[in-house]
Ligand binder design. Structure first.
Ligand SMILES: *Cc1c(COP(=O)(O)O)cnc(C)c1O
Length: 471
């Protein structure tokens, strides 16, 4: 038997020479140097070049540097410049350099964070960041955090905890007995609930047909008087940050009503919960501390790398019981943190490293300033566009979202398509109160006042071109 297989020899060579890492580093810097100025969306030529990836499963190894070369040559140009300053699509987020570097370093560590014994550093950082999040969001000391891939999984985890707790009140162990024959759980939410909330309700077997929908106002906020009578079988789902308008439900009133009925309140705060950490915006998040659970993304407003969300839950026992791999028994007073008890997964990469690094870098004042600046840029965008003939702003710009429409739906769609073709910035479309709109989400620390001016100029040019097509 050979001491080393051929492929082992190759890989040890890669580890020793570092050629492949140096190449990746060089290409990464090249990307960083261009990303602020380049076309925001991939060009048609770059999209066409993706055909180079469409090959049969390779029969034999390639040189590691060749693999990296291919990514640089054909992958990088076909990316969307989300880490630059003029990407305003969906609700995404930029990337803070310290978090980016921490993620890169942690890549070499390759930690599995399922249990403390697998990665002591990850377990400690999770504990520390759990405390920091409760501090800046002013959440109850009893709350615990699970570090998941995003708000979709955070919503799912929180609603699983709610389901566990409500059924446990009726002596029904959901883990053992399942849902068939279980006491009925009521779901009350606004008719603007995010699709990820509906997905979680579906996954948990609660059924979206069973939702008791509450009417919302012009900004998408639940109208408190329209909330039905609640009880201790009810999950009331609120939101901090409507994905279109950016509006926030009125938490104090709604949470008080829920508390009187002993209902579970969950807040989907994917991007909006960060208002609680920003001076001048804290009024939006007033009352969030009265909820039972919260879902928030770090990869949106906080600008960590993607794949970074958090579930927070006041009822530690319910969250652990719902996500515990071996049923409903509990070991509540453990001294080390095993992350897998707070997330649906067991093996997880150590996303806490870049979340910790981003929060450590920014500190309280840095987070506040960064989030508030997103708001200021959104207000600026709305002001500039509102001053251009042919655009009207459709929402109150309370946070980072701006909805814009042209005179007709047709003109809005054509203008949007042209803006996307121009690639000077990128925005998506949505429907708002029966109208087609262009949706702008200011989510990146890298967006400057000049980026807003440039992007608005592209909007203006697009509108003129679709009004008077060039012959
Ligand atoms: C983005 C978003 C989600 C989904 O979060 P992911 O991190 O993409 O899974 C849920 N709710 C709201 C309000 C969002 O903006």
């Amino acid at each position: 038997m050979k001491a080393l297989s051929t492929i082992q020899q190759t890989m040890f060579h890669d580890i020793h020479t570092k050629d492949v890492f140096e190449k990746a580093q060089e290409y990464a810097y090249d990307y960083l140097d261009r990303v602020m100025e380049r076309n925001v969306y991939a060009t048609d030529a770059a999209l066409k070049d993706l055909v180079h990836f469409e090959e049969e499963m390779p029969a034999h190894p390639s040189a590691a540097t060749t693999v990296i070369d291919l990514l640089h040559k054909y992958g990088a140009p076909a990316t969307v410049a989300q880490s630059g300053g003029r990407y305003f699509g969906f609700v995404c987020g930029g990337i803070v350099p310290a978090g980016m570097a921490a993620k890169q370093l942690a890549t070499y560590w390759d930690q599995n964070t399922a249990m403390s014994v697998l990665s002591p550093v990850s377990a400690v950082l999770e504990t520390v960041v759990e405390g920091w999040l409760k501090d800046i969001f002013r959440l109850p000391a009893a709350a615990v955090a699970g570090f998941v891939s995003g708000t979709s999984v955070a919503n799912f985890s929180a609603l699983a905890a709610a389901r566990y707790r409500i059924l446990a009140r009726y002596d029904w162990d959901i883990n053992a007995k399942g849902l068939a024959g279980a006491p009925n759980i009521r779901i009350v939410t606004g008719n603007h609930a995010h699709a990820a909330v509906l997905k979680a309700i579906g996954l948990l077997g609660l059924g979206t047909d069973n939702i008791e929908w509450v009417e919302t106002d012009d900004e998408g906020r639940i109208i408190p008087e329209n909330v039905p009578e609640l009880d201790d079988r009810t999950i009331l789902i609120l939101q901090a940050g409507n994905v279109n308008s950016g509006s926030f439900d009125v938490f104090p009133e709604l949470c008080e009503k829920a508390a009187r009925a002993n209902a579970w309140v969950h807040i989907d705060g994917a991007f909006g919960l960060w208002a609680a950490a920003a001076d001048g915006l804290q009024h939006l998040a007033r009352g969030i501390e009265h909820a039972s659970s919260w879902a928030v993304d770090a990869h949106k407003t906080l600008n960590t790398p993607y794949d970074n969300g958090v579930v927070l839950c006041k009822d530690k026992e319910a969250l652990r019981a719902a996500l515990h791999a071996s049923g409903s028994y509990l070991v509540v007073n453990d001294d080390t943190r095993d992350g897998m008890f707070y997330t649906p997964e067991m093996s997880r990469r150590s996303r806490i490293i870049e979340l910790w690094a981003t929060m450590k870098f920014l500190g309280r004042s840095g987070i506040s300033e960064m989030v508030h600046t997103l708001h200021e840029r959104a207000v600026q965008f709305a002001e500039v566009l509102g001053g251009i003939d042919g655009f009207t702003i459709q929402n109150e710009v309370v946070f980072n979202q701006v909805l814009v429409a042209c005179e007709t739906d047709e003109l809005t769609l054509k203008t949007l398509a042209r803006i996307q073709e121009l690639r000077e910035c990128w925005v998506g479309g949505s429907m708002w109160r029966g109208r087609k709109v262009i949706r702008i989400s200011v989510c990146s620390w890298a967006t400057t006042a000049e980026d807003i001016v440039r992007s608005a100029r592209s909007f203006e040019r697009a509108l003129h071109e679709v009004q008077e097509p060039v012959a």
